[in-house]
Design a protein around this ligand. Structure first.
Ligand code: NAD
Length: 210
């Protein structure tokens, strides 16, 4: 299968999350319109995505949830799973570490890095925190391909260079400094302040109209 568009991959992740919830509630089948309504999208969109990944349900029962979860897993996951590292184990880094691990069987944070001697050589939520100077060695040795960047913005450029040299292939950048990465590295950036400002703008506009 060719590389899927960003938005399709994002929806597949969301379908899987909703489908897991449905399984845990004892449901075995789901119709496209039910899945669509749980995600506030159109049933046409759901059917198009599911057809694209080569799955079809039955008219009478809808999609078999377990089969669909398995198929989405084959598309999203690698067989042996993928490892991620947290760079910067401060407020945000440690919250992400505590929140994420255990959520997905094929994706886990397996190493953390910090510059603060009080944090290094200790284990947090089952994950060892190494000194940042060990970044390249540990990332290569552990075959870690993903990095989550939660350091102060001014540190990010220098760390980015080391991440590239270490063979990292995907980065989630939480710092407010936007990064420029080579084509073979997949980058996601998230800035809560921008999201809050966007919400504030639309509240302002809606209250003008109301
Ligand atoms: P923090 O100060 O609590 O944590 C930063 C950590 O990075 C500390 O543990 C520090 O020792 C470590 N560090 C500093 N320099 C380092 C280096 N060179 N190598 C390795 N580790 C280093 O800060 P925080 O509140 O956790 O925020 C972290 C980053 O995330 C900041 O850039 C902040 O602006 C950003 N942030 C983004 C969002 C968002 O929505 N995207 C939300 C909150 C914070």
């Amino acid at each position: 299968m060719n590389t899927l568009p960003d938005k399709t991959v994002e929806r597949l992740c969301k379908y899987r999350r909703v489908l897991y919830n449905q399984l845990s509630e004892g449901k075995q089948h789901i119709f496209s319109h039910e899945l669509a309504s749980l995600l506030h999208i159109t049933p046409v969109q759901v059917r198009r995505d599911i057809m694209l990944i080569g799955y079809s349900g039955t008219l009478r029962k809808g999609y078999d949830i377990q089969d669909l979860v398995t198929l989405i897993g084959e598309i999203l996951d690698t067989k042996d799973g993928q490892k991620a590292a947290i760079i910067g184990l401060g407020n945000l880094g440690s919250s992400i570490l505590g929140y994420f691990n255990g959520k997905r069987s094929k994706l886990a944070i397996t190493a953390a890095f910090d510059i603060d001697a009080d944090k290094t050589n200790r284990v947090y939520a089952g994950v060892k925190c190494y000194h940042i100077d060990e970044l390249e060695e540990v990332i290569k040795k552990e075959n870690i391909k993903m990095a989550i960047l939660t350091v102060p913005a001014k540190e990010s450029l220098q760390i980015l260079d080391t991440l590239i040299m270490s063979g990292i292939k995907g980065i989630m950048n939480f710092t407010p400094k936007s990064l420029n990465v080579p084509e073979n590295i997949y980058l996601e950036e998230y800035d809560m302040v921008t999201s809050l400002e966007k919400i504030a703008y639309f509240i302002k506009q809606n209250s003008k109209e109301g």
